[in-house]
Each structure stands twice: as C-alpha cells, then as structure tokens.
Ligand binder design. Structure first.
Ligand SMILES: [Zn+2]
Ligand SMILES: [Zn+2]
Ligand SMILES: [Zn+2]
Length: 138
C-alpha cells in the first residue's frame, strides 16, 4: 500500500522520529502483513524490541496499523484503511492466510455482515481464509 509516513505521523499528531518512519516504511513495503518477530529480525539493532513494541502499539491505537493474529497466535501488522481512526478500526476485510508461505494478506473484500442472535452484541467480526496465495499458486 502506498503511504506517506511523514504525513501519516503529522495527521495523527505523532512526533516525527526516524524509527517511527522506518517502521511504517517497512510495513508498507510488503504486500502482506508482517509478524512482530519478523520485524524484530529486520530491524536488529536499529530499533530495539521495547521501542518497536511501543511504536506498534501507538500505531494500533491511532488507527494506522491493524493487528492480525496468525494460526499460532503471533501478531502480524498491516497498514490500515484510511477510514480507521483512533476510536474505531474499519478493517473488516478478509484476511487470507497462505498455508505455504505463511503470509497474511489483506484482501479488498468486505466481510459479509452476519446477523447476531438476539442479545449478542458483536464489536468485531473477523473473516479469515486459509489456502494458497496468488504467488504460491503459480
Ligand atoms: Zn484499522
Ligand atoms: Zn503464499
Ligand atoms: Zn487487514
């Protein structure tokens, strides 16, 4: 997804730091979500674990990144849709988990609305697909 990290920080009243920009650039570069361990590995000594953790949390709170859990319960991060705000995330799209490359893709397909039984109030509905992604299916 094409984003402008500096603008995003400004829009969300976040102080511009080199590390914050780097995290956004790295996540936006990929066409799939990136897991937290993978980010830790990529940044190595450039950004320590605690700082990375804080940056990811702020971004999730501000509606810049959304977290997707993979099958092992590991957090993966992807850039949010522009309609996400600090109050509400609007990432009700289908997440595709590839069982070959293990990547998680945000698909541009809206999760169909599901009618809850009386008395149940759903705040989030996730839709996850498992299978073989486009690049592995060649
Ligand atoms: Zn979001
Ligand atoms: Zn794949
Ligand atoms: Zn997503």
């Amino acid at each position: 997804m094409k984003i402008n990290p500096a603008n995003l920080l400004k829009e969300h009243d976040l102080k511009h730091t080199k590390q914050r920009v780097r995290v956004l650039e790295e996540i936006a570069m990929d066409n799939a979500a990136i897991s937290q361990p993978e980010l830790e590995k990529r940044f190595g000594n450039e950004i320590d674990r605690v700082t990375l953790y804080r940056i990811l949390n702020i971004y999730e709170e501000k509606g810049i990144l959304h977290r997707v859990l993979d099958r092992n319960g590991t957090a993966n991060y992807a850039i949010c849709s522009p309609s996400c705000t600090a109050e509400v995330h609007h990432d009700e799209h289908v997440h595709f988990n590839c069982t070959i490359c293990q990547k998680i893709y945000c698909l541009n397909i809206v999760v169909p609305s599901v009618k809850m039984p009386e008395g149940y109030l759903a705040s989030t509905i996730n839709s996850t697909a498992y299978g073989i992604c486009k690049s592995c299916n060649k």
